[in-house]
Ligand binder design. Structure first.
Ligand code: PMP
Ligand code: GLN
Length: 379
């Protein structure tokens, strides 16, 4: 058959997790916590199932959850959003990203993505018959070169996708980034897809610069988040998209036929958690900052050179002092011979830079981090 996605194979996250199992390695590759969600959340989920919330949810998500998302958004980002018209609950951020792209980008149009970027953007763009235009972030801080982004805009550009805090680098947007993005989007009539799944994981007292904070941006943005990252339950696949009424209406046309609705019991459980324990997401920066600092201290004696981590739950490291091989080979060797799974950086790029970088996930128990660091410090 003539394949529609000739370049797509198995994701590097799946490949590395399988290798980790095969070689009984410590898995710091695929991004997921190795600890459990808050017990109250698990209890709430079990209870909502026993209470009978087991059939189709409303297409847009249950009202109680959309109300809580609206409250949180107003509290954190100062923007009041329409509970019924501007929030759609989705089956993870992945579905929201796909639906946002599918509802707004036509064949022949262009979408700007900033490399390194998350792997699900490109196939979603390709399936529309559109073209991803890759603009590299600056090394070593993964900041945006807005002039390069401006230069990449053509009459065909329809959308720009941004991601702060950033996977894989942890870079976070400043207010100046939001201003530059808003100016560009307004000047060229672009939609913005803002992937904010790590919105609650920002360190050193910095503020998450959500597109929702910026009125001009909020008017033209799909803002996507995920409960999986915030509540340590990546396997539950629940997320949401906030967008202005007209964009949300188009978004819902795709969501309605992609999944129709998302896992109802978890919607009730998150509605309860958000109402009763907002402290959970407020405590997340300190929780993950302690993990970041612990992991970095453990690796300090190693020959890995650690890049700074302003947000998210990934640590980038330069391994060039250890072996002079490309990142795919290094990670393959690391999982087989050293027993630690990591993620190479080149799969996040259209044109990988001449760098020797890999990504570790530090959303792990202290014991897991210590065991991995012990092996890494011997290299
Ligand atoms: N965007 C980014 C940047 C991510 O890191 C992830 C999770 N790996 C997702 C989207 C997908 O989130 P979800 O699991 O909720 O679909
Ligand atoms: N978002 C996760 C990561 O970056 C991977 C999710 C997946 O395996 N698709 O590691």
């Amino acid at each position: 058959i003539e394949t529609k996605l000739p370049a797509v194979g198995t994701t590097i996250f799946t490949v590395m997790s399988q290798l980790a199992i095969e070689h009984k390695a410590i898995n710091l590759g695929q991004g997921f916590p190795d600890f459990d969600p808050p017990p109250a959340l698990v209890d709430a989920l079990a209870r909502t199932m026993r209470e009978g919330h087991n059939q189709y949810a409303p297409m847009t998500g249950i009202t109680a959850l959309r109300e809580q998302i609206a409250l949180k958004t107003e509290r954190l980002y100062g923007r009041r959003i329409g509970v019924d018209t501007e929030i759609t609950v989705t089956s993870g951020a992945t579905e929201a990203l796909f639906a946002a792209i599918a509802c707004s980008v036509r064949a022949g149009e262009e979408v700007i993505v900033l490399d390194p970027c998350y792997d699900s953007y490109q196939p979603a763009i390709d399936l529309q018959g559109a073209r991803a235009v890759h603009v590299p972030l600056r090394l070593p801080d993964f900041s945006v070169d807005w002039q390069r982004v401006r230069d990449a805009v053509t009459p065909c550009t329809r959308m720009i996708i941004v991601n702060s805090p950033h996977n894989p680098s942890g870079a976070v947007f400043s207010t100046a980034d939001l201003d530059a993005l808003a100016e560009l989007a307004q000047a060229h009539g672009l939609w913005v897809l803002s992937d904010e799944v790590y919105e609650h994981i920002v360190f050193d007292d910095a503020q998450h610069q959500s597109a929702l904070r910026h009125p001009a941006l909020a008017e033209r943005s799909f803002v996507v988040s995920s409960f999986g990252k915030t509540y340590h339950c990546t396997g539950w696949k629940l997320g949401y998209c906030i967008a202005p009424k007209t964009l949300s209406a188009e978004f819902r046309k795709v969501h309605q036929y992609l999944t129709f609705c998302s896992f109802q019991p978890a919607q009730w459980a998150f509605a309860e958690m958000l109402a009763q324990a907002p402290g959970h997401y407020l405590a997340l920066p300190a929780f993950y900052q302690a993990k970041r600092d612990h992991f970095r201290a453990l690796l300090a004696p190693s020959r890995l050179q650690l890049l700074s981590v302003p947000g998210g739950y990934f640590q980038l490291a330069d391994y060039s002092a250890i072996r002079d091989v490309d990142d795919l080979n290094f990670c393959d060797w690391l999982v087989r011979e050293v027993g630690v799974a990591a993620i190479p950086l080149s799969p996040f790029y259209e044109t990988p830079p001449d760098a020797r970088l890999l990504r570790f996930c530090f959303a792990k128990s202290d014991a897991t981090l210590a065991a991995a660091a012990e092996r890494l410090c011997k290299l």
